[in-house]
Design a protein around this ligand. Structure first.
Ligand SMILES: C[S@@+](CC[C@H](N)C(=O)[O-])C[C@H]1O[C@@H](n2cnc3c(N)ncnc32)[C@H](O)[C@@H]1O
Length: 227
């Protein structure tokens, strides 16, 4: 785990999560969640037998929608405030899981058919590499990995870490938590090097912002087991 992820978790634990939860209550992103929900249903052909695990579920909106639609879904996070919120809204299966250091099968008992990692923009390239390995090992053969990344093409101001990560440290003026937040940006080529030969691309598009380019969205399919 990089120092950036450690700092992010610290930020969420010291007020950032409560603020995120309050914000989601005041301004629920209903349309965005519905779009994601339908996208996921499309990718799994509404197959309710699929076992779904979400990484970094935050307030749990997506997992809750999937659960209500009858899918077998487990929400997870590493920040207790978020886990409490997921339980409070009624998600029945919630696990404490650090997607960069915990063992998938120990926590979730068996492999998944779909793993979703949505809006986890605070991970550098080495964290991302690890996340891809964890998702690969956590999936059944031909399982799907749905993940989005902030697009480097719309952040020409980004700086460069020695390990090649394009990033910014931002203080969000509208947030009470005035700690700097690390945001990483990726090009489509970066993501091709991250997925290596572990995953093939099932679907790709960009979305968000006036030009619909702010985020890369990928549905990746696990290739044959490497062992
Ligand atoms: C920007 S929030 C996104 C939450 C939710 N997916 C959404 O789209 O609203 C990032 C989430 O990832 C979680 N997270 C960050 N690092 C993590 C880690 N190493 N393991 C598990 N969860 C992590 C945070 O606690 C937070 O809930």
């Amino acid at each position: 785990m990089s120092i950036h992820n450690t700092n992010t978790i610290h930020m969420y634990n010291s007020g950032g999560a409560d603020e995120y939860i309050q914000h989601a209550e005041i301004e629920p992103e209903t349309e965005k969640w519905e779009r994601l929900f339908h996208y996921i249903e499309e990718q799994i052909h509404q197959d309710h037998s699929k076992r779904i695990v979400e990484f970094g579920s935050g307030c749990g909106e997506l997992a809750f929608m999937l659960q209500n639609a009858g899918y077998d879904v487990i929400a997870s996070d590493i920040v207790d405030h978020f886990l409490d919120e997921q339980k409070r809204i009624g998600i029945s299966s919630v696990k404490r899981f650090n997607f960069l250091s915990d063992d998938f099968e120990e926590v979730f008992s068996s492999k998944a058919d779909l793993i979703v990692s949505w809006r986890n923009p605070h991970l550098d390239i080495e964290d991302m590499m690890k996340l891809f390995d964890v998702a690969y090992d956590g999936l059944n053969d031909h399982g799907l990995f749905i993940i989005n990344f902030q697009n480097a093409d719309v952040h020409p101001e980004a700086e460069l870490l020695p390990n090649g990560t394009k990033y910014n440290n931002k203080i969000l003026e509208d947030k009470k938590t005035k700690e700097k937040r690390f945001y990483a940006y990726f090009t489509k080529e970066d993501i091709d090097s991250l997925r290596r030969d572990l995953f093939s691309v099932e679907e790709y598009h960009t979305e968000g912002g006036s030009e619909k380019k702010n985020w890369h969205v990928f549905t990746l399919k696990k290739t044959e087991s490497r062992d």
